[in-house]
Ligand binder design. Sequence first.
Ligand SMILES: NC(=O)c1ccc[n+]([C@@H]2O[C@H](COP(=O)([O-])OP(=O)(O)OC[C@H]3O[C@@H](n4cnc5c(N)ncnc54)[C@H](O)[C@@H]3O)[C@@H](O)[C@H]2O)c1
Length: 351
Amino acid sequence: MTTTVRIGIIGAGLAGNWHANMFSATGQAKVVAAADVNLERATDLVQKHGAGHAFTDYRTMIETGGLDAVSIATSNDMHHPAALAALAAGLHVFCEKPLALTLAQAEEMTAAAHRAGVVHGVHFIHRTRPYAALAQRLVAGGHLGELTHIRAEYLQDWLLNPATQMPLSAKLWRTSKATAGSGVLGDLGAHLLDMLRAFQVDVTAVSARLRVVEALHPGQATAETTDDHATLLLECANGALVQLTASRVSVGHSNHIQLLVQGSQGALQVDNERLNEVQVCAGPLALERRTWYTLAAEERDKLPSPVESFVQAIAHGTPASPNFDDGLWVQRVLDAAERSAATGERVVVTG
Ligand SMILES: NC(=O)c1ccc[n+]([C@@H]2O[C@H](COP(=O)([O-])OP(=O)(O)OC[C@H]3O[C@@H](n4cnc5c(N)ncnc54)[C@H](O)[C@@H]3O)[C@@H](O)[C@H]2O)c1
């Protein structure tokens, strides 16, 4: 293997450009090619990263691009075919979330990745933020005791805020079931579910309600429109309950994550607007006095970003974190949530 990992980006939109910057910043990977059905976007991306090649067909890039790995940042509908093509060619695969449109696709991709014996990664960035890393350390270290309940919220307003930065093309594919699968459930809910997985929470059953705000989708058939707001009640193996809300119609919130984690001996709160802090109430005296204090994330709490982990995993022959197994776990809960919302019933998570 070459010492510099040669990356081909598939999908040169918002996330594709973000990936390219992060891969370049590792100093151990080089973006040598990009593929996008919009050639101008692919050309623009490679020009920003040196003298790479631009393609309109990702299959041609996989065959002729001289790559070690691909990074998939297309609309959700292309994650499955692009990953399978890259895995069949023996390339390492980094993929955006949600892993796939459906559980069946995610299972196929994960099995193919294991069969290929390559490194696989998923861009669940939020579990690696400093506040999330410190929160995971506190939970894993038993500082909260046994987890009892969690409230997790991820709120955005782009569907109803005219000042949003989201380009129209990115809005359009996100609101269509054919290109996105689910809506805010898979877009933002997937991140919260992955954050729960990083706390080692084992979800056993889901009750979900999904809402489409019809007035915000003029001219689009409601049956083809993805959910704008999702509320889930998750039951966990140890009896803990999780209230999870994901929304793209939350006034006053551009991109806001908040978690309250309660345990038998302590609690913590995190907020992505305070990236390096965790609010904690833990320990006998703090519990007695109901005292909350701030812990600052330190160097030793840091986790590599998903991109850094993927590149390091290729260099060292170790698994990346988070990876397709995490993506599949999340997809199982997303699938159960969609079935619960469709039937109005509580759905047991299997697998
Ligand atoms: N991890 C995160 O926090 C995060 C943030 C934003 C987006 N995402 C994910 O990234 C992915 C892309 O989202 P985005 O906001 O960048 O969308 P986008 O619309 O900005 O970009 C998608 C790009 O994919 C291209 N594309 C579509 N079909 C293609 C094909 N067959 N071959 C090659 N290119 C194709 C489009 O032309 C477009 O340029 C989604 O899966 C989304 O969920 C993740």
